[in-house]
Design a protein around this ligand. Sequence first.
Ligand code: M6R
Length: 364
Amino acid sequence: EKGGYPHFMLKEINEQPAAIMATVSPRVEDGLPVLRIPELTDEVLRGIGRVHLVGCGTAMHAGMVGKSAIETLARVPAEVDIASEFRYRDPILEKNDLVIIISQSGETSDTLAALKLAKSRGVPVLAIVNVVGSSIARAADYVMYTYAGPEIAVASTKAYMVQMCVLYLFALRLAYARGRLSEAETRRFTAQLLRAPEVIKPRLADCEQIKYLASRYVNTQSCFFIGRGFDYALSLEGSLKLKEISYVHSDAYAAGELKHGTISLITDGVPVIALATQKQVYEKTISNAKETRSRGARVLLFTTKDAVVPEGVADAVIRLDEYEDILMPLQLIVPLQLFAYYMAVLRGCDVDKPRNLAKSVTVE
Ligand code: M6R
């Protein structure tokens, strides 16, 4: 059942190219993204005032990537909420807003409650769900399914990947419908999204290198992930994956926040995983990484092939292939998943069933 893999998690990480293909290709027509929801016409998309993305854990992290994509490409204001916060904070929802509910299982109780709250306020709800016919899928006004197939490991990997893909498709159609992206630009981004399975395959093949790196960090007590923009969203997800399955304490920070408190925790030998894939803020993140290194941190830097890494910034550099900055999360998440996986394996943890956790959280 594990298809020759030692754990479901590793199997599911390796299923990501197929999951992307299954999720994205049916939603591209003549080179343009299509949502396949008859009610969500371009005219309706043009009328959206604000988008609220709501989920828990990893699904919420996918929402953060979605927010950045929607705001960058379509210039529509977007907010991300943790479902358990959203449902109790009397959120401000307007009639022309759209709530996007994100869930792999479709059964998470706080997420379902957030959905019901939005509906009770008369706001349309689009659900991005993996499990067909689940409670969230049934309760939403519209559903865009992710086609990851069953996800068994408690740590979500392939579901997150395709949640991001659906959010990119949505952001692209929104931007196109609203005239924020020209047809040519929309086609170009869509073609790049369709290439994602090819882009991530070499990252899966890097597993030995990542395993080796994990072996050098295996006795770590605590570590930090830093990044800006999309890289910050990925820091949160990389950090969650690591603590969830390897039980290493880990925190994620927007790189610019370090000097507002956290840098006091950086002492000799503390691992800092610096994510620097976004050209616009590359130098900024590099200088933050440098600040931690000069205080003794062991810096593991993830950046792109062509990036110039100044001397003395990192102890190890992992290079990703050049790709659209906006789509980089699809590529960057793979080594972060593998890093968490190998840390957990090397520490002798129960990778697929980490302590105290359930695959689907159906109680509050
Ligand atoms: O089924 P859902 O997507 O609604 O689940 C949400 C979270 O419980 C889930 O993503 C959790 O954070 C994962 N175990 C993280 O790997």
